[in-house]
Design a protein around this ligand. Structure first.
Ligand code: ATP
Ligand code: MG
Length: 625
């Protein structure tokens, strides 16, 4: 039973309603941050159902698995679980995985295994090249980006053959293979019907392959609805291209374009500070009319170094949670105590999280850190993940080998011999598999151990909480590492192992957060990169590292696009609802100079004293200058 049309349109402004009810089969909503684009997309889905469209004819593409979950929840509140289950809602990768899985088991390798495969190729061809560089180059080529001449083409080809021989796919193959289904006419009528109404959020960040998927999916479609903001296009380095809006206009000449101008997220102060920054990128004039009441000024806090910056952030969070916000009291804004989850701490690079984590820890502040940051290059993590991936039904030779060699101390030659047998064997249990091996091999202690553990965890892997399973694994193998500890802290945020493993392989930064401790935290500060923060909003945002060399980022061996770096800074600023604090631990970022001076309240944070031996009490001088 669908709610009346008013249900879908409740609480929307006229511009948003125009987008939601547009009769044109192709609609592009192009609008700035906080204008309700995502809200409008969800309302369009609700409105379509209200118009009699069957849930099974609707597909909505989100940028993260988490955003997909949130969209499902909102729609379930309107239409119930059953209707929403019939819809397709997910990231490009998750949707493609589902399409391919319907045709047989899909063995998907993650970053760790991809790097292992690349190392193998590099060794075999005797090249001087980093595995990461090869993996990135293969991805660039698969994504239709121009080739980088410094990586030999044979290496890329050999890598792809290796994956094919092993019967596995990587991240990019998912999209390419699913695309193949649609262009070669292999998709079933039911599958095509699922894309009758296709909606895409964060359209400014689609890659070339994703754009082609949108076109292929909506081939016989009754409607395609894309929304985004070219000023928030921040994934150019991995192949996204904000010109997709121009491409869309060319491919769908009759498309309607809707512009939203009211910003419901941020205070006027935050918008007045942000707009001049993005305007420096040129282009048509941007309009964002603030709908929220005045707040305090945007603050710029300079600090001597990263440590002072981090201590300031931690102290400030505790002060605001304590409810003694002096700025608020002075401005008559009514001081209100905050919860920890009201805060986000943003930074340009994962590396910056380290000092912040330390200082939040000292201050006793609960926090979550988003992202898998090199976790999968740790051998023990790859081994553990490989073990459980095998048990959850998506075994691939790279995972199994990592488990045997990294976690169980198996010799490489024995592991390879085992893998060759396993590949051709039809064994119904790990122990039976062992029996198929030549006796000498079957007696190898690591293989015996693997079979025992596999028998032990097989019945539990899909049922028990990831945290319990991993704790058991660590105890049984007797091996842990700092990275394993971080994996555990990530596991506590997940309810089941298959979903956890999938997020590890396919998730975006937000999908793989870890807790600052081994406990599940429901009220915690979120630490994430500017990239990871896209689409989110928080009452209070600390944007760290607004210093030269960091924003824009100077990275050795890579030329970052200064316009994209500026968009990234803008994305960060516009995540804030009520308070934005910019932190500059060094020489100021050139972007700061583009914020009108009268929009900034400046102050300086100096630890009066380094931590005294045995004590962690620090006090600050904080004043205007
Ligand atoms: P971004 O570009 O950052 O992804 P967005 O355009 O998708 O932002 P939303 O996240 O959909 O914006 O909305 C921003 C905030 O404004 C949300 O808190 C949302 O609930 C609120 N909002 C949007 N439209 C309205 C409205 N018409 N009335 C009240 N609040 C609204
Ligand atoms: Mg959005």
């Amino acid at each position: 039973a669908a709610p009346p049309e008013g249900g879908a349109l409740a609480g929307l402004n006229e511009e948003q309603r125009a987008a939601v009810t547009a009769a044109e089969p192709a609609v592009a909503v192009v609008a700035g941050p906080g204008t309700g684009k995502t809200k409008t997309l969800v309302a369009r889905v609700a409105w379509l159902v209200g118009q009699g469209v069957k849930p099974a004819q609707i597909t909505a593409v989100t940028f993260t698995n988490k955003a997909a979950g949130e969209m499902r929840e909102r729609l379930e509140a309107l239409f119930g679980k059953r209707a929403v289950r019939a819809m397709t809602i997910g990231t490009f990768h998750a949707i493609c995985l589902r399409l391919l899985s319907e045709r047989g088991p899909v063995s998907l390798i993650g970053e760790g295994e991809a790097l292992a495969a690349a190392s193998e190729v590099i060794g075999a061809l005797d090249l001087r090249l980093s595995a990461r560089k090869l993996v990135q180059e293969v991805s660039r080529r698969k994504g239709g980006l121009p080739a980088d001449g410094s990586v030999p083409v044979e290496a890329c080809e050999r890598y792809c053959e290796l994956l094919k021989e092993a019967g596995v796919r990587d991240y990019d193959d998912l999209l390419l293979d699913a695309y193949g289904l649609f262009v070669h006419g292999e998709a079933t009528a039911k599958e095509r019907r699922a894309f009758t109404h296709l909606l895409v959020d964060e359209f400014q960040d689609v890659s070339d392959v994703q754009y082609r998927l949108v076109r292929a999916w909506s081939g016989e479609s009754a409607g395609v609805f894309v929304i985004g903001d070219p000023d928030q296009s921040i994934y150019g380095f991995r192949g996204s291209d904000a010109r997709c809006f121009a491409r869309f206009a060319a491919d769908w000449p009759a498309a309607k374009t809707v512009v939203l101008t009211r910003n419901y997220r941020s205070t006027p102060q935050i918008l007045r500070a942000s707009l001049p920054v993005i305007s420096k990128n040129g282009g048509p004039e941007r309009t964002l009319e603030a709908q929220r009441p005045d707040g305090g000024p945007v603050r710029l806090v300079t600090a001597a170094d990263e440590f002072s910056e981090a201590i300031f952030v931690a102290k400030e969070i505790n002060r605001l949670v304590g409810g003694i916000d002096m700025l608020d009291a002075q401005g008559g804004g009514g001081a209100q105590p905050r919860g920890f989850s009201d805060f986000a701490v943003l930074y340009r690079t994962h590396r910056q999280a380290e000092a912040l984590e330390k200082c939040l820890g000292i201050e006793g502040i609960p926090y979550l850190v988003a992202g898998r940051d090199k976790l999968l290059s740790d051998g023990l993590v790859r081994g553990a993940v490989g073990f459980f991936r095998g048990l959850c039904g998506s075994a691939d030779p790279f995972s199994l080998r990592a488990c045997l060699t990294e976690s169980l101390g198996c010799e490489r030659a024995a592991a390879d011999a085992f893998l060759r047998t396993a590949a051709g064997a039809a064994a119904d249990s790990p122990v039976r598999l062992l029996e198929l091996l030549p006796p000498a091999l079957a007696a190898a202690e690591p293989l015996v151990r693997w079979a025992e553990l596999a028998e032990k965890y097989l019945p539990r892997a899909r049922r028990e909480k990831p945290r319990r399973l991993l704790e058991g694994w660590i105890e049984d193998t007797g091996r842990s590492s700092p990275a394993m500890e971080r994996l555990l802290n990530m596991a506590v945020l997940h309810a089941d192992m298959p979903a956890f493993l999938l997020n590890l392989t396919l998730g975006e930064e937000r999908d793989v957060a870890r807790s600052g401790s081994r406990a599940y935290l429901s009220d915690a500060v979120t630490l994430l990169t500017l990239h990871g923060a896209k689409g989110l909003e928080f009452p209070v945002v600390f944007l760290c590292g607004a210093k030269r060399g960091m924003l824009p980022l100077d990275s050795p061996g890579r030329s970052n696009d200064p316009a994209e770096e500026r968009r990234l800074f803008y994305v960060g600023m516009t995540r804030a609802r009520e308070e934005l604090v910019l932190l500059c631990p060094g020489e100021p970022s050139p972007f700061l100079a583009d914020i009108p001076a009268d929009q900034l309240a400046r102050s300086h944070a100096t630890p009066a004293r380094r931590p005294a031996p045995g004590g962690v009490q620090l006090s600050f001088f904080q004043g205007n200058f």
